[in-house]
Design a protein around this ligand. Structure first.
Ligand SMILES: [Zn+2]
Length: 306
């Protein structure tokens, strides 16, 4: 029996989905700004540049944070910069500017406030490892993607070389070969590549490309070698397609038969009722009475106003 048949296919499972909130965190300065992750940042940009389409109409960046990678999406006419944290979106807006090219949206990935088939590209980078219900998120992303849309997904790989060695030498108890996601810290998940492939397929995506990234994520290497050297070597390793790195980037196409709704303007829909929203001064209103605020240029769909 092939291994994949031993498992129930990935399916949405958590009615109460906890969300990790970076609100007010010092993620930008501590995690990326200190320079200790320059190698990872460079390696990720290399992977992204290989996977991104050469041009496009409208891209949704989910979990954009303070906009670390947003400049990479310059080939797109319109970019929706989305995060759950208002403070990160404010930082992104300060960085990228309040121009019509960027729309800033605070929302949760399981309840996207957009009409079906709104985007021809979606990116989800360094986000999936915080999601308790990955299949539900992928299905929601498929809903807002138009037919043929490009979906760039990065995930944390449970079956990485370091974990395989640690497991072999009994330094870690959880098997890196486990099919189901492993929650190693609350709201931090590692995924087996086969689980991700199945979940993508289930949501209607077809994989086009896979790039293993950040092979050299070891403190000792980062202390000895300049980040640019490590990134250059990582770029070579990425082309091997050997999926044993801690991070994997994938490019996928939506093959599901969804009508292409390439509206001139982005259509916001109510994340609860799924009907189009009407703009009313600095808020959005749905026909059943839900209201959402626009706060200093950020469309906030996390919760309704009472
Ligand atoms: Zn509503």
């Amino acid at each position: 029996m092939p291994e994949s048949e031993k498992h129930a296919p990935p399916s949405p499972s958590h009615p109460e989905r906890a969300i990790i909130d970076y609100e007010g965190s010092t993620y930008e300065t501590d995690f990326w700004g200190s320079g200790s992750r320059e190698y990872e940042d460079r390696a990720e940009r290399i992977a992204l540049r290989h996977l991104l389409p050469k041009h496009g109409h409208r891209l949704l960046e989910i979990g954009a944070g303070y906009g670390r990678l947003t400049a990479e999406y310059h080939a797109f006419e319109h970019i929706v910069v989305m995060d759950y944290s208002l403070s990160h979106l404010q930082a992104a807006q300060n960085r990228l500017g309040a121009t019509p090219r960027f729309t800033y949206v605070a929302a949760d990935v399981y309840r996207l406030p957009f009409a079906a088939a709104s985007f021809d590209a979606v990116t989800l980078i360094r986000v999936l490892h915080h999601l308790v219900d990955a299949p539900a998120a992928l299905q929601e992303i498929a809903r807002v993607s138009c037919r043929g849309a490009c979906f760039i997904l990065e995930y944390a790989n449970a079956r990485n070389l370091k974990a395989m060695l640690r497991y072999a030498f009994r330094r870690q108890s959880t098997s890196p070969y486990r099919y189901e996601p492993t929650e190693f810290v609350t709201l931090n998940f590692d995924f087996h590549p086969r689980y991700i492939s199945d979940a993508l397929q289930q949501a209607g995506f077809q994989n086009e490309s896979k790039r293993p990234v950040s092979f050299l994520r070891l403190g000792i290497l980062k202390r000895i070698f300049p980040a640019a050297w490590l990134a250059a070597f990582d770029a070579l390793l990425q082309t091997t397609g050997a999926l044993y790195s801690p991070s994997i980037f994938t490019r996928n196409r939506l093959i599901q038969d969804e009508a292409l709704a390439r509206a001139e303007r982005l259509i916001f829909t109510c994340p609860s009722c799924h009907v189009p929203l009407q703009r009313e001064n600095e808020s959005w209103r749905c026909s059943t009475g839900c209201r959402y605020l626009i706060r200093d240029g950020i469309h906030d769909f996390r919760e309704q106003l009472s």
